[in-house]
Design a binder for this molecule. Structure first.
Ligand code: IVH
Length: 669
């Protein structure tokens, strides 16, 4: 590719990728599958590798997390980042309204009500439409430059739809689901969980390595313009609409209210809806809509007189902790769980709460039989906040973690720098069951109908010992299980059968390689294409990939070196489980772009860059059919070095012949 063509293509890719990103992250309405985005991003990455001068700061490739920093630079805010006064009840809201009313005289005024997102305040600076700097609030006057981390938030546009120079303010946050998933992973890894989504978001944005923020699924809502004066708008709500037009993500629950009564209704409605939102809010922000009136009202030393924050009360309840149960996770981490007398908190009944690890139990001095204060961390995950020590009767029992695995009885160990205790017996049935459950889970092989209970039964009956055994399950065996009728058995068998066609990343994730989450699995699958290629990959090759660090590279190489793993993979292969990456390739076939679709291909001679088997898998994944001998039916012969009689025959029959380089070029096109 020459530089002119590259330049043109880079521009197209920026536009298309930005469009897809906007549809996905801001509008929540993707128009193409993820794999198509990934494919174009890879293409852009490749072009930028070849022509580094074409890599600009607003390139979509710049979101993945750049270089690790030594420290954050300080940023002085041109307009201070203030906080808001609080209102805790209706009376406080009416007081606020009275003050506004007095100060604006008899003029009409209205309010804009918005959700108060529970995250981290940030300021984003744009120059001529380009995102140039993002900072934390800090003490309100000086914050920290976290531009690299903020770039990993896909809903922050790197370029605006108009070349404006402006500063916008908003709240970066972690969605509830991401918080739950992150803590589950941290528990599994024996790491300290985050107390709530806000801490998780703040912790992620305060990392010097932007790859961490990139892996945390953060999001943002913009709620204001630092200096709206020159933009030709006269109300706050017009400002929010302008933010929408420019490509920012704003919260759509906002409402213009004419009176304080309407404000109170809005507050009531939103507190009802709160539990169902996919992100955390801790109140409602009420702002005077007219910008002139905002100027008139001005500020006190700390906060604007034109706005206030209604704060929701944090719901905490008292119940009895009746027992502490232990469970063993997929990686052997033993987690204690509080069994509670069922109690209603923030809209649901709670009867269990993770206690995470022994240190936490010691710290809070939690004993079996205690009356405890329970809340929902981030309003979702039940948590024991504290113990009511003065309500003890003397009957309470102290809890000690066992020295041996509650499932298999092997000695538990505490690995260096971990708070968790682990069972390190690879044959531990609890770990194997959890591993099986993980393998069939939605983001892995996605086999419906195999819940924990069925897995436990299958394992107990010795019908499955490892994940490959799932593929040899017989109808008769399944029919013998409790609560498995003909219909469920047939559904299960078809789900298992269908999972054989999954793309490689699902299998990789399902295998449960340490440090390889769903996203990393996808990167590995995309980069290396086939399982066989991955089995011989080196640490150097892995760390050369931007998103892959030393720890993961080491884990991958070590994993594939194990003879048991080799055996398992062979077993899965023999069962017919697909071992190649199918994502964008499938798409190429579907769109008729595959050079192999419907063709009969013969491989001959020695290939250098791929093994014969890998070449076969790649061609087949692209819709081709690989056969052993050349005949009139052959469409294409790929001839490596020292090709012999097959090549001669192909030439005689005037069949198209490619050398290895041409083949590789077509594969990576
Ligand atoms: S307006 C002059 N709007 O709440 C202050 N703040 O004390 C302008 N927050 O840390 C703030 N959602 O980051 C505003 N819709 C919203 C908000 C919001 C969350 C945070 C803000 C700040 C705190 C206010």
């Amino acid at each position: 590719m020459d530089i002119k063509t590259a330049e043109q293509r880079v521009k197209e890719l920026h536009d298309t990728l930005n469009k897809y990103s906007y549809e996905y992250y801001v509008m929540d309405q993707p128009s193409v599958p993820d794999s198509e985005y990934d494919r174009l991003l890879k293409e852009l990455n490749d072009i930028e590798a070849q022509f580094p001068q074409l890599q600009t700061p607003d390139s979509p490739t710049q979101r993945v997390g750049g270089a690790v920093l030594d420290a954050f630079q300080k940023v002085r805010h041109d307009t201070p980042m203030l906080s808001l006064g609080n209102a805790f009840n209706e009376e406080d809201l009416r007081d606020f309204d009275r003050r506004v009313h007095q100060l604006v005289g008899h003029a009409n005024y209205s309010y804009v009500c918005e959700l108060k997102i529970d995250g981290l305040a940030v300021a984003l600076k744009y120059e001529n439409g380009m995102f140039v700097q993002g900072a934390t609030r800090g003490d309100g006057t000086t914050g920290e430059d976290i531009t690299a981390n903020l770039k990993t938030i896909h809903s922050i546009p790197l370029r605006l739809s108009e070349p404006l120079t402006m500063e916008v303010r908003g709240e970066a946050f972690m969605p509830k689901q991401s918080f739950i998933a992150l803590n589950a992973i941290r528990d599994e890894k024996g790491e300290e969980p985050f107390a709530n989504p806000r801490n998780a978001a703040a912790g992620s944005l305060r990392q010097l390595d932007p790859r961490i923020a990139a892996s945390r699924n953060l999001d943002i809502f913009l709620y204001g313009i630092a200096n709206p004066g020159p933009l030709g708008i006269s109300t706050h709500s017009e400002g929010l609409d302008l933010l929408d037009t420019l490509g920012f993500k704003t919260n759509k629950e906002r409402r213009v209210c004419q009176t304080i009564e309407d404000v109170i209704t809005y507050v009531e409605e939103q507190s009802e809806k709160r539990a169902k939102l996919p992100y955390e809010i801790d109140g409602i922000v009420i702002k005077v809509n007219s910008l002139d009136q905002q100027d008139e009202l001005g500020f006190t030393a700390k906060s604007p007189r034109w706005a206030t924050a209604f704060k929701f009360p944090a719901e905490e309840v008292v119940t009895k902790l009746v027992d502490i149960e232990l469970s063993v996770g997929r990686t052997g981490v033993v987690t204690p769980t509080a069994i509670l007398q069922p109690v209603r908190v923030a809209g649901t009944t709670v009867s269990r709460a993770s206690l995470h690890n022994e240190d936490l139990i010691r710290e809070k001095d939690i004993r079996i039989g205690d009356m405890v204060v329970v809340k929902k961390a981030g309003d979702i995950i039940p948590e024991v906040v504290s113990v009511l020590a003065d309500r003890r009767t003397g009957e309470e029992k102290e809890f000690r973690m066992p020295e041996v695995c509650p499932d298999c009885g092997s000695e538990l160990v505490r690995l260096e720098e971990e708070v968790a205790l682990r069972c390190i017996n690879p044959q531990c049935p609890a770990q194997i069951r959890e591993g099986l459950t993980h393998f069939v889970s939605r983001n892995a092989m996605n086999i419906e109908g195999l819940g924990e209970k069925v897995i436990a039964q299958l394992y107990r009956e010795e019908l499955i010992k490892d994940v490959a055994d799932l593929y040899t399950l017989q109808r008769e065996d399944l029919l013998k299980l409790e609560r498995m009728g003909e219909k469920s058995v047939d559904n299960l068998l078809s789900a298992i059968e269908a999972s054989k066609n999954n793309s490689l990343e699902r299998l990789l994730f399902g295998l449960g390689i340490r440090h390889v989450g769903a996203k990393a699995a996808k990167i590995l699958a995309m980069e290396f294409g086939t399982m066989d290629r991955l089995r011989e990959v080196t640490e150097e090759e892995l760390t050369a990939i931007h998103e892959i660090g030393g720890k993961m590279a080491d884990a991958v190489v070590t994993y594939f070196q194990q003879p048991e793993v080799a055996e398992l993979i062979e077993k899965l292969k023999a069962a017919g489980v697909n071992m190649s990456y199918e994502g964008p390739i499938r798409l190429a076939v579907a769109e008729g772009e595959s050079p192999f679709a419907g063709k009969t291909v013969v491989l001959t001679g020695k290939l250098i860059q791929l093994t014969r088997n890998e070449a076969k898998e790649r061609i087949e994944a692209l819709g081709g059919n690989v056969t052993g001998s050349v005949s009139k039916k052959t469409d294409l012969v790929i001839a490596g070095e020292e090709a012999g009689s097959k090549l001669e025959k192909a030439e005689k029959l005037s069949i198209e012949v490619w050398d290895e380089q041409r083949f590789m070029d077509e594969l990576t096109k």
